[in-house]
Write a protein that binds this ligand. Structure first.
Ligand code: UD1
Ligand code: UDP
Length: 352
């Protein structure tokens, strides 16, 4: 079978690594990189570290407004699919690359398989929510990471082709956790002690596009009384510079360039707490048993909140400071993301 996998943004490289490894045991994979993320630290580093095969196509689309970026991808992906005529197109997550891949395939009557299907924040102002809903409704096979995702699809009348397989990010984590401990020197390089620092990531438009919210988040970090390590997404760096906030950072807050995956999971794994608006980082905090403070009012990963390991605080300074000081998970962890064999299950279902 010929499978065309469409990726384009950082979290998709991480998700595709275990799936691609599995699929290539039996099938031919054509890997298409839309070029949505293009900096070395946002793209190539993941291909190198995770040993993802070099993309067969890099469409070089780059940044743009939602319509222009998605539209350019749609045309370019269509060209590739017409040439390759795969048996199935595999898309990941909820970015503009996901939607463009699903739409291009559906219009050519090529079956679409969606990895990380069924996630909902119920917030249509998030660009990702629009991408998720549309992609799920264009998909023939829907690989859900959680039971909530299956229920969300059922509530929208989508029950055919739905499979609960667990989360491929757990597969990636299991495979790389030991390697990260062995190879990463990030704690030593930055000069932080295990258990004695916070890690922050912010890149959601609902935060970055508001100077007030970014100022509140940075103000709260300044009050944290501990070292804070902040690998800055390029989108966020651009906005912080525009707001004049880059030069107003408190001394305890260390801004660094985006990290590779191995450094990132080692850094998360030894942190006291994580503060983030990322989807992937919320999950990884849970997988690594580190309390997570989510800088949003909602999450797709509701199980982490219900389990008591994640708290939603939005971007209010006082709520963040209070969570940094007092949030402490009481309960033992449950198995939320499956057993780490999602890629194997996806491979088996596709083969069938
Ligand atoms: C995208 C996804 C988001 C995902 C995130 C992962 C959409 C709508 N959003 O958000 O769901 O959580 O990726 O990180 O698909 N930029 C660079 N270098 C790069 C990439 C981006 O400088 O390699 C800058 C550009 O100024 C660009 C901005 O970041 O305009 C935003 O990039 P874009 O890919 O449009 O969205 P993200 O915010 O990265
Ligand atoms: N990540 C990384 N380096 C960083 C920040 C994040 O490797 O500097 C990883 C993180 O560990 C997770 C994924 O990128 O695996 C999450 O991607 P991101 O936060 O960009 O997007 P989201 O998950 O919110 O879509």
């Amino acid at each position: 079978m010929k499978i065309a996998s469409i990726v384009g943004a950082r979290p998709q490289f991480i998700k595709c690594a275990p799936v691609s490894r599995e699929l290539r045991k039996e099938h031919e994979e054509v890997l298409v990189h839309t070029g949505q993320h293009y900096d070395h630290g946002m793209s190539e580093v993941f291909f190198e570290e995770l040993r993802i095969p070099k993309p067969d196509y890099n469409l070089g689309i780059g940044s743009g407004t939602h319509g222009r970026q998605t539209g350019a991808m749609l045309g370019a992906i269509e060209d590739v699919l017409e040439k390759e005529m795969p048996d199935v197109v595999l898309v990941y997550g909820d970015t503009n690359s996901t939607l463009a891949g699903a739409l291009a395939a559906a219009k050519l009557h090529i079956p679409v398989a969606h990895v990380e299907a069924g996630l909902r924040s119920f917030d249509r102002r998030m660009p990702e929510e629009v991408n998720r809903v549309l992609t799920d409704h264009a998909s023939d096979l829907l690989f859900c990471p959680t039971e909530t995702a299956v229920a969300n699809l059922a509530a929208e009348g989508v029950t055919k082709g739905v499979f609960l397989v667990g989360d491929v990010m757990l597969d990636a984590m299991n495979y790389n956790r030991g390697i990260a401990e062995e190879r990463s020197r990030i704690l030593e390089d930055i000069g932080v002690e295990p258990g004695d620092y916070l890690v922050v990531t912010v890149h959601r438009p609902s935060n970055t596009d508001s100077p007030e919210k970014m100022a509140a988040i940075l103000g709260a970090l300044g009050e944290a009384d501990r070292s804070v390590v902040f690998p800055v997404h390029p989108r966020t760096r651009k906005y912080l510079a525009g707001y004049g906030l880059l030069t107003k950072m408190s001394e305890n807050v260390r801004l660094i360039e985006p990290l590779g995956y191995l450094d990132m999971i080692r850094l998360i794994g030894h942190a006291e707490k994580i503060l983030t608006d990322s989807g992937g980082v919320q999950k990884e905090a849970y997988m690594l048993g580190v309390p997570c403070i989510t800088l949003r009012e909602n999450t797709e990963w509701v199980e982490t909140v219900e389990a008591g390991w994640n708290v939603l605080v939005g971007a209010g300074r006082e709520r963040i400071v209070d969570a940094v000081r007092h949030f402490s998970p009481g309960a033992r962890q449950k198995e939320i993301f499956g057993t780490g064999n999602a890629s194997v299950l996806i491979g088996k279902i596709l083969s069938k």
